[in-house]
Ligand binder design. Sequence first.
Ligand code: NAD
Length: 314
Amino acid sequence: MKITSVLVTGGAGFIGANLVRMLLKRDCKVTVFDNFSTGRYAYLEGLPVDIVEGDVLDRDLLIEVIRSHQSIIHLAAQTGVPGSLLDPYHDCEANVVGTLNVLEACRAAAKDSSATKMSQKIVFASSNAPLGRQIPPAAEDKAPLPVSPYGASKLAAEAYCLAYYGSWGLNTIVLRFGNVYGPFSEHKGSVVAEFFKAICNNNVITMHGDGAQTRDFVYVADLCRAVLLALDCNEAGEVFQIATGVETSINRLIEMVRDVSGRDTSIYKAPTRHGDVRKNYSMIVKAREILGWEPEVDLDLGLRKTYEWFVKKT
Ligand SMILES: NC(=O)c1ccc[n+]([C@@H]2O[C@H](COP(=O)([O-])OP(=O)(O)OC[C@H]3O[C@@H](n4cnc5c(N)ncnc54)[C@H](O)[C@@H]3O)[C@@H](O)[C@H]2O)c1
């Protein structure tokens, strides 16, 4: 199926800014729905997209906007562990109630369009955070054991997506993203963005814990291709891990960002953060087999492309 009209909630954020550009290349008609709490107008400057400034907690506005779109990519969220520890209620409202509102708006649209049989595709941006204490590699069939409110809110939102498929046949797909990095991430507090900002601003790199903790870093263009494949596929009510399957320690990442930037920036060792998992990487067999997706950009190349973008920005 060729997708033509796509609503991207959170489309002014990091992943959104990259995804919107890929959707436009496919000649999609794109609407961004964003409250600009962390996203930036500047990331969308000059792009032929409709922008609706709104909050996913505004149910009426969502119902009005969602009904005219064939596909919904739901990225809008409170996006991190630290924010969820500071304000678990906000995290729950934005991530759980916000997602429920998107699903309810899709259910209303499905009722409206029962005559035309238009059935929307809904892709939900989840994370590995729901897996929490599970022993890696993260896999779709392991029981989630979240260790942060963020992990709990993403898990609850995943559950609603699956339940709306089970109860009303909504075409939901849940994608659990690994640690995403790439251009348009200047506002992010993720490790790659923080390290490159520190390097570009001649600051020290802050490393939490001993650096032996591991993550699965996926380049944003690869991730966005997976989202597009999820939009096009005939699957629904399914969860897919989208990462690389490669485990990289923060110590190794620091060596790599120093090499890519040619700068021997010094390190400040800060305490381990609560709610952070020790080891994390994902199995991606299901995405490979069912979505036909494969990550193409290795960490060295992805870091080079990302650093180039940060250098141009400063
Ligand atoms: N970046 C990663 O490594 C990563 C990893 C796993 C999952 N995710 C998920 O991917 C999605 C996008 O993340 P991102 O890294 O692009 O973050 P981001 O903060 O750059 O983007 C989030 C966007 O949502 C908007 N937003 C936030 N709350 C909103 C609300 N209540 N109503 C409307 N808009 C709202 C923000 O303004 C922003 O533009 C999120 O759901 C996040 O949890 C990201």
